[in-house]
Design a binder for this molecule. Structure first.
Ligand SMILES: *[C@@H]1O[C@H](CO)[C@@H](O)[C@H](O)[C@H]1NC(C)=O
Ligand SMILES: *[C@@H]1O[C@H](CO)[C@@H](O)[C@H](O)[C@H]1NC(C)=O
Ligand SMILES: *[C@@H]1O[C@H](CO)[C@@H](O)[C@H](O)[C@H]1NC(C)=O
Ligand SMILES: *[C@@H]1O[C@H](CO)[C@@H](O)[C@H](O)[C@H]1NC(C)=O
Length: 395
């Protein structure tokens, strides 16, 4: 769902500037070094990004599809971990639903590969099914799958056909139907919680598991509203949007009456904060991002000592630790431009972390060891945003 904001940004940018000036006024040595970008270099980088994307994408299709992700070192597919259901690091995102392909649809269109976009949409329409007894995280399913299906649907049905003429696709809103099918399967998360804040996980076939924990992170419960609202509006069915909005309002209601802050983990039955760390990083980051995106920017006001956004105790405001994670480091970018918050694998850009057939997740930035996993967002976010960042220079 980030594409459209970017396009708006590009539009505004192109209206206000015909050249690249990152820095106004006095140029210091850093401005001289980083403040401009020759056109030849931009084209080279754009091409390099496209190649990087296709290397990962083609090998995903070759070695992993229809599984969710590519293991880039041993060139194998990866799906839901059925042997170890408590492996939430994998199972929250991977539901045996062709995750990387679905998540990457809009990137194909944005990179101008209409042929492959149409082929991929057909594969999704013909083969994607959510009728599986897999327990996934509502939030991950919403941002990676629901958002992806809705983006692709909007690209296909856009009256301006900005990404090429899609007439040859013979489309009958199948992606929207798939999104609705997934949405229905996620809805049980909102049933029977005393606060209206959703459970963190559902089984796609059987609803909320009996033993589901009652704790959810703030971001997980409060970052559904963009996708759910778009689904509601496209279907003309207010249920999704109203439930997602209610969750945000309830979370907000439980903020500390002393500091006004939210914690990072809340009990969905009691409204009690079991995680009292407040900050802008993991557990909370996208909650604030979505507040901005749905126009609740007044929820993001306040004063404090710049420039570092530290983690504090939600009840006292005391600093609780000294690290800044990659998500909170991106916050300033969200506030200013709101478009590249999710370049959350920056290491990948700085080192050639390219094992056999894809791009590995950096396990340890000190020794640069790799994990045999190419997350779906490497193609659908890292590559896409790199591409768009380089693309805008032309305007
Ligand atoms: C489109 O994508 C396919 C599959 O990755 C690739 O083989 C083809 O070269 C791409 N075409 C363009 C114009 O990039
Ligand atoms: C998926 O759909 C395509 C047609 O679009 C078909 O050729 C293919 O066999 C199906 N199955 C898989 C696993 O891709
Ligand atoms: C969640 O809360 C409900 C209602 O308070 C309780 O019945 C259930 O046992 C709790 N579940 C877990 C896993 O603690
Ligand atoms: C804040 O709420 C708690 C109960 O949640 C209450 O005991 C306390 O008095 C309230 N403090 C203020 C300053 O209103």
């Amino acid at each position: 769902m980030f594409v459209f904001q970017l396009l708006i940004f590009i539009f505004i940018y192109s209206q206000t500037s015909s050249r690249i000036h990152f820095f106004k006024g006095q140029w210091d040595p850093y401005d001289m070094k980083y403040g401009n970008f020759p056109e030849s270099e931009r084209l080279k980088m754009l091409d390099a990004t496209r190649k990087m994307f296709h290397f990962g994408y083609d090998n995903y299709m070759k070695y992993a599809y229809p599984e969710d992700e590519l293991n880039p070192i041993y060139c194998k597919g990866r799906g839901h971990d059925h042997e170890n259901p408590s492996n939430i690091n994998v199972n929250d995102a991977l539901g045996d639903y062709m995750l990387t392909l679905v998540d990457t649809l809009d990137t194909l269109a944005i990179m101008g590969n209409k042929t492959e976009f149409i082929r991929a949409v057909r594969l999704v329409i013909d083969n994607l099914s959510f009728d599986k007894s897999n327990t996934v995280q509502v939030f991950e399913a919403s941002i990676r799958i629901l958002g992806a299906l809705l983006s692709a649907h909007l690209i296909i049905t856009d009256p301006r056909q900005s990404f090429g003429n899609m007439a040859s696709l013979q489309y009958e809103n199948e992606l929207l139907s798939l999104a609705n099918d997934l949405g229905v399967r996620l809805l049980p998360a909102f049933d029977n919680t005393a606060t209206g804040i959703p459970y963190p996980r559902v089984n796609l076939k059987h609803g909320v598991p009996k033993d589901c924990i009652n704790e959810t992170c703030t971001a997980g419960a409060g970052t559904l509203v963009v996708e759910f609202a778009i689904l509601s509006r496209l279907l003309g069915d207010p249920v999704y949007e109203s439930l997602a909005r209610r969750a945000v309002k309830r979370l907000w209601k439980f903020r500390s009456n002393v500091t006004g802050l939210l914690g990072n983990v809340i009990n969905v039955q009691t409204g009690e904060w079991t995680g009292q760390m407040s900050g802008l990083g993991a557990g909370l980051d996208s909650f604030y991002e979505y507040l901005l995106k749905v126009g609740r920017s007044k929820c993001n006001t306040g004063t404090g000592n710049p420039p570092i956004y530290v983690n504090v105790n939600m009840k006292t405001g005391d600093i609780v630790n000294n690290w800044i994670d990659s998500l909170q480091a991106a916050w300033t970018g969200i506030q200013v431009k709101r478009y590249n918050w999710n370049l959350k694998a920056p290491e990948v850009m700085f080192y050639p972390l390219r094992p056999e057939c894809g791009y590995g997740t950096v396990h340890d930035v000190n020794d640069k060891s790799l994990e045999d996993r190419m997350e779906s967002f490497f193609l659908s976010e890292t590559c896409k945003y790199l591409y768009l960042v380089r693309f805008i220079y032309c305007c």
